[in-house]
Design a protein around this ligand. Structure first.
Ligand SMILES: NC(=O)c1ccc[n+]([C@@H]2O[C@H](COP(=O)([O-])OP(=O)(O)OC[C@H]3O[C@@H](n4cnc5c(N)ncnc54)[C@H](O)[C@@H]3O)[C@@H](O)[C@H]2O)c1
Length: 349
């Protein structure tokens, strides 16, 4: 290869529903990536998507995976099918971008992680808000120990989804394919809480289904004791009209940082800096996702895809690995189990 020549990486998308359009937009934002082909069990949907995004529509997963010009596969099918599709793609030698959550059971998550490892392909689980400017800044402050010893971490997703949203596809709100508010919507900030606070040791929770006709919960509330000794809360709801910014509040012995929709809105540190941070002014996050499931900003997805390509090139783990996706899922399943049994759930470490 000549020095400076740009290698274009071919992407394929499996599942051409709501989030697939964000993946197509994210791929288009990357100078070294190209959407090559898509597939969906609804072949008409795949054809329409392909026409809109200027790529091929393959009739089935096998044909998409047989294409040598597809190097990375974005798994955008319902959550309970992530491992089924991802394992096949890994066996075909494709690098994997799997939408959140990694899947809905730890067994499925492990199958996917093991398949990627066995095939020697990279796997990243989408947690696009790790790439929001406010989160990058918060993580830098934590790595610099600017907040001191961590004391309290709070993750809150008070969003609103109509019954029509749940009725829009048969898998939504089911235990087997989706899970409820925490598994689908709250998972983003559960991952951020775990990323900032470290592993939890114990979870106690109450979940309920109050405002929707669905199998899973539409409201979840949990107390967390972290392995470090810090404590925290997780709140997630799709019953909070009209929908509010997702919030992460991290408090240490030296101060507190508050993030809303990917922006730092308050930074009070004993070392001096107080008030909103510079990143509060920068465009980030997708505040309208509070009420509109399709209103996701493609820039943070693009940053995560770029991270995956860099990981492939350099042989390192992606920033959000399969293991990170499993860690978030483990917390969510512990919340569900605690609510079901009425007992605290200990997490093995
Ligand atoms: N990161 C985010 O912000 C974000 C936002 C929305 C959804 N998601 C995630 O994306 C995934 C999909 O959600 P959505 O809202 O796009 O769903 P959707 O129902 O709009 O789209 C899913 C598509 O997958 C297709 N499909 C189902 N089974 C298939 C199979 N076996 N092979 C190929 N195609 C198949 C369906 O026909 C449908 O077109 C979920 O896991 C969800 O949690 C992530």
């Amino acid at each position: 290869m000549d020095g400076g020549e740009l290698v274009t990486r071919g992407f394929g998308i499996v599942g051409t529903g709501v989030i697939a359009a964000i993946h197509a937009d994210a791929i288009a934002l990357l100078p070294d990536a190209r959407l090559v082909a898509v597939t969906d069990v609804a072949t008409g949907a795949a054809a329409a998507f392909a026409a809109a995004h200027g790529c091929a529509a393959e009739p089935d997963l096998g044909s998409l995976l047989a294409r040598r010009d597809v190097e990375v596969v974005c798994v955008c099918v319902p959550s309970g099918l992530h491992a089924v599709v991802g394992v096949q793609a890994a066996k075909a030698g494709k690098h994997l971008v799997v939408e959140k959550p990694i899947d809905v059971s730890l067994e499925a998550a492990d199958r996917l992680i093991d398949a990627a490892q066995a095939a020697g392909v990279a796997l990243t689980v989408i947690s696009q808000h790790r790439f929001d400017p406010g989160l990058i800044e918060l993580k830098r402050l934590l790595d610099d120990r600017a907040l001191g010893r961590l004391v309290l971490g709070e993750a809150s997703t008070k969003w609103y989804r109509t019954q029509a949203y749940y009725d829009s596809a048969a898998w939504r709100g089911t235990d087997a394919m989706d899970g409820g508010s925490l598994m689908n919507q709250g998972v983003h900030y559960v991952d951020l809480l775990r990323w900032c606070m470290g592993p939890p040791a114990e979870v106690s929770a109450v979940c309920s289904t109050q405002a929707h006709q669905i199998e899973a919960e539409d409201t979840a509330l949990a107390l967390v004791r972290f392995a470090s000794g810090a404590v925290g809360t997780i709140l997630s709801s799709t019953a909070a009209f009209p929908g509010f910014p997702q919030r992460l509040e991290i408090t240490g012995t030296e101060g507190t940082v508050i993030v809303e929709d990917g922006r730092i809105v308050r930074r009070a540190l004993s070392g001096g800096s107080a008030g909103p941070a510079a990143s509060a002014d920068s465009a980030a996050g997708d505040p309208s996702a509070a009420a509109d499931p399709a209103a996701v900003d493609a820039a943070s997805h693009a940053a995560q895809l770029a991270d995956l390509l860099d990981a492939v090139d350099t042989g390192r783990e992606p920033a959000v690995s399969g293991r990170s996706g499993r860690d978030a899922l483990e917390i969510i399943l512990a919340v569900y189990e605690s609510s079901r049994t009425g007992r605290p759930v200990r997490l093995a470490r």
